[in-house]
Design a protein around this ligand. Structure first.
Ligand code: PAF
Length: 279
């Protein structure tokens, strides 16, 4: 469905029947990570709405908007098979009609990490996600923890703007060798794909060292060295941050997240792991 009037009618009829609604926003090229969101959404609400919209406002001019994989037919079949009640597929003109002039910008949690590496990215995300929330009016919306900073931004925005819905994070789905599932993994050559498993390994090693009381700076430096050795570069960041505010941490004093972004060839990969301080 791609026009707002039909979407509103369909949502209205779910509401008339007293049904709760979960929204899974995506940019398509669906994989098992997205399907885990759909499965969790089915547990959380009576009807699941998925959206597919490759949002131009969250890509910088030098990024992969044009190359971003588009597989709408296969995606629609996967969603139907999984029991998704409705697919919302707006086009760019429907999402951003002529004269569109609003920007949603969240500060604080966007200060570092991808907020610094991809200026404007989270404004694009917050703006489109606000629109999706207003269009679908879900009770709960689900996002993957692989995009951990994005999840933090959307949580902050939903609280700050009294959006009245639950924002739920779902753990990252991984390949057997640990690589986080991502639509962008499709860009990797077989050699790059093999080398990319160094990313979850480096994060895992650093997370274990830090959780075991090791020096944070030393663990991060080791992780950088092992990523470089595997062929990653440039490394945008590998950083220990507060799990909620995303403020950088030099020691493990509170629940934390270890986050990384690095390039393997032309593919930018991100990943993160939780770290809890011992009692
Ligand atoms: O994570 C994504 O796929 C996108 O950033 C989202 C949340 C659908 C907004 O365009």
């Amino acid at each position: 469905m791609s026009d707002l009037q039909s979407l509103r009618a369909a949502i209205g009829s779910f509401r008339d029947d007293g049904l709760s609604i979960a929204l899974v926003p995506t940019m398509g090229a669906l994989h098992a990570g997205h399907m885990a969101l759909i499965e969790e959404a089915k547990r959380r609400a009576d009807r699941v709405v998925a959206s597919i919209f490759v949002n131009p406002r969250q890509f910088a001019p030098n990024e992969d908007l044009d190359a971003y994989p588009r597989k709408e037919k296969a995606d629609a079949a996967m969603l139907e098979e999984a029991g998704c009640a409705l697919l919302w597929l707006p086009d760019v003109a429907a999402m951003y009609p002529a004269g569109f002039a609003t920007n949603v910008s969240v500060s604080g949690v966007t200060d570092g990490l991808d907020g610094a590496a991809r200026p404007g990215h989270f404004d694009g995300v917050a703006t489109v996600v606000s629109k999706l929330f207003n269009q679908v009016r879900p009770d709960v919306a689900l996002f993957g923890e692989k995009d951990y900073q994005q999840l933090a931004v959307i949580r902050r925005m939903a609280i700050d703007l009294d959006m009245g819905l639950e924002v739920l994070g779902v753990p990252t789905q991984r390949e057997e060798d640990g690589l986080a599932l991502s639509s962008r993994n499709a860009y990797l050559s077989p050699e790059e794909r093999e080398a990319a498993r160094a990313l979850p390994r480096a994060l895992g090693d650093a997370a274990r060292a830090i959780a075991g009381g090791g020096d944070v700076a030393e663990a991060l430096a080791k992780a950088v060295a092992s990523l470089e050795k595997a062929g990653f570069g440039p490394i945008d960041y590998i950083s220990l941050n507060d799990a909620e505010t995303l403020a950088p941490m030099k020691t493990l004093a509170r629940p934390a997240r270890l986050l990384a972004a690095a390039r393997m060839g032309r593919t930018r990969l991100i990943d993160n792991l939780p770290i809890e301080p011992s009692q």
